[in-house]
Design a protein around this ligand. Structure first.
Ligand SMILES: O=c1[nH]c(=O)c2[nH]c(=O)[nH]c2[nH]1
Length: 311
């Protein structure tokens, strides 16, 4: 509480802290064709001898929040991410021991868990080496419409998050005077799958599909198509996912996907003397590319509306 030599004000500075919140760091460890992923949201809050920056505006004791962000990404490379606790300990110790004015560091970490996409339906199926689906359930959706004569059933899912840590490229696109995107020959491809699919069952006289089996199969097919497609764009991956469903599930005539391209940017660690060999990424949440398309059985009509976020 520094108030001396300043005009008396009936005001004091209370507890304060500062830092960079929500650093989305993704670390890939490549063990041959088997990749391992760690996906964290790291928030750093530092406190200590910070009266002056508040009271006089002197930044002499302030380690920039931008530096705390860089430290998170550099440590992901230098120390790896064994556990969120260990990573947090490394960071907190670093801030407190390397900067005299910093007396306390609080590092909060959320870890998002991923599991491997199975290579087939078999209970003992091998797992894929670089294709992951985020743990936790997606939301299953259904819309049923009946006019007294015919049925329309559209099923779907949302928030099924998937990631390929290799086998994705993006290059050869149009370049105008505003284009700065570097061509990518080995990038991360990640998306939250939102999909709807329309059944060709319309009539009570027809045998209705087994809805639960159908749902499980559609999900398995789209996951495997995502995992197995060597992708030159998310558009191509989308088409393969839809085509796989139409080809394998006779009960479905139309599939529509809305896929956000969850960009993962390689972090430049050169300024810290570190080489980033496709290991440490910044997972941006916005803006994101949004890739949307319908895939149809040949000769069938498109009925799922193009501009809908929900059914
Ligand atoms: O798969 C992609 N499709 C695009 O249309 C696009 N545009 C972009 O900037 N990155 C990507 N990636």
């Amino acid at each position: 509480m520094t108030t001396s030599s300043r005009p008396a004000r009936p005001v004091v500075l209370g507890r304060n802290q500062y830092g960079k919140a929500e650093n989305r760091v993704v670390r890939i460890v490549r063990d041959g064709a088997t990749h391992h992923i760690k996906d964290l949201n790291v928030s750093v809050a530092l406190s200590g001898d910070m009266d002056e920056v508040h009271l006089s505006g002197s930044n002499a004791n302030v380690l920039p929040t931008d530096t705390t962000k860089n430290t998170v990404f550099a440590f992901a490379k230098e120390h790896g991410i064994e556990s969120p606790e260990q990573f947090g300990i490394h960071l907190a110790r670093h801030f407190v021991t390397s900067q005299e004015p910093i007396r306390r560091a609080r590092v909060r970490i959320e870890e998002y868990a991923w599991e491997r996409i199975p290579a087939s339906d078999a209970p003992d199926a091998a797992e894929t080496g670089h294709s992951f689906v985020r743990k936790g359930q997606e939301t299953r959706l259904a819309q049923v419409t009946y006019d007294g004569e015919s049925w329309e059933v559209v099923s779907g899912l949302k928030d099924l998050t998937v990631l390929n840590s290799t086998d994705s490229e993006f290059w050869g696109y149009v370049k105008d005077k505003y284009t700065t995107l570097p061509e990518a020959y080995d990038r991360i491809l990640a998306t939250d799958v939102s999909g709807r699919w329309r059944f060709n069952w319309t009539d009570d006289a027809q045998q209705a599909p087994d809805w639960n089996t159908s749902y499980a199969q559609v999900k398995a097919h789209l996951l495997r198509a995502f995992a197995e497609t060597y992708s030159l764009s998310l558009q191509q991956t989308l088409y393969e996912m839809g085509a796989r469903i139409v080809e394998h599930r006779d009960e479905i005539d139309e599939v529509r996907f809305s896929l956000p391209n969850k960009h993962h940017f390689l972090v430049d660690l050169e300024p810290f003397g570190l080489k980033n060999d496709n290991e440490v990424y910044f997972a941006a949440d916005r803006p994101y590319g949004l890739i949307e398309a319908t895939v149809l059985r040949e000769g069938r009509e498109q009925r799922i509306p193009a501009d809908t976020t929900d059914l």
